[in-house]
Design a protein around this ligand. Structure first.
Ligand code: CA
Length: 219
């Protein structure tokens, strides 16, 4: 999933970025509240990890603006130890969960998965689409119970399509989900990954919508 990380502490931001990327996510990192607000207005993310103590615009204000725009993406706030008021205010302002610093990266990754599941409308940690089963935590796909060998990007693409099953995803949305701001993908990267996924999972699994993008049909 594509995560916007808003954290001004360079060491913490770097560590969280590395940890979340290792967990298979695409991470875009901003270091102040104005940049976070701008990114949220102009790009699509699946999760916002938000430090409340940000320069230029506080995390709380970023959160309030986000919810005033009726944007529903899940928000996980990072608060200082013992800042009970922050937690309560943050949750009241529309945050979905919080973590207290120092942050444990495994816990952050697990909570990120749980929030993504809930926002996609399914409480189970496994995604099932007919004979296809996807385990986001283990980053594993099974077809008829047999593990399917997928590259990291192929798995991310499959997961993104599966989480939005029945809804079209544009190529731009898929590129953003897989690459974020950091890597510039080859112009046909998504087509190539789709080709590989069809070969491994069956051609009917992913439909091409000419001029629009791709869609994974609901079984
Ligand atoms: Ca801070």
């Amino acid at each position: 999933m594509r995560i916007l990380l808003a954290e001004d502490d360079p060491h913490l931001g770097d560590g969280l970025g590395v940890g979340l990327r290792q967990a298979g996510h695409t991470v875009d990192w901003v270091r102040d509240g104005e940049a976070a607000d701008l990114a949220l207005k102009t790009e699509d993310f699946d999760l916002l990890v938000l430090d409340l103590g940000l320069p230029r615009l506080t995390g709380m204000e970023v959160l309030r603006r986000l919810r005033r725009r009726s944007q529903t993406l899940p928000v996980l706030i990072l608060t200082a130890r013992d800042a009970t008021d922050d937690k309560v205010q943050g949750l009241d302002a529309g945050a979905d969960d919080y973590l207290v610093k120092p942050i444990d990266i495994d816990e952050l990754a697990a909570r990120a998965r749980a929030l993504a599941r809930r926002s996609a409308g399914h409480a189970s940690p496994l995604l099932r689409l007919g004979d296809l089963e996807i385990d986001p935590a283990a980053r594993l796909a099974r077809l008829n119970g047999e593990p399917v060998e997928l590259s990291g990007r192929e798995f991310s693409l499959l997961l993104t399509l599966a989480e939005h099953a029945g809804r079209a995803q544009t190529r731009a949305q898929l590129e953003a989900a897989l690459y974020g701001w950091q890597d510039e993908p080859e112009s046909n990267a998504i087509e190539v990954h789709v080709h590989h996924l069809r070969r491994k999972l069956g051609t009917e699994r992913i439909r091409t919508l000419r001029g629009i993008g791709y869609l994974m049909p609901k079984p």
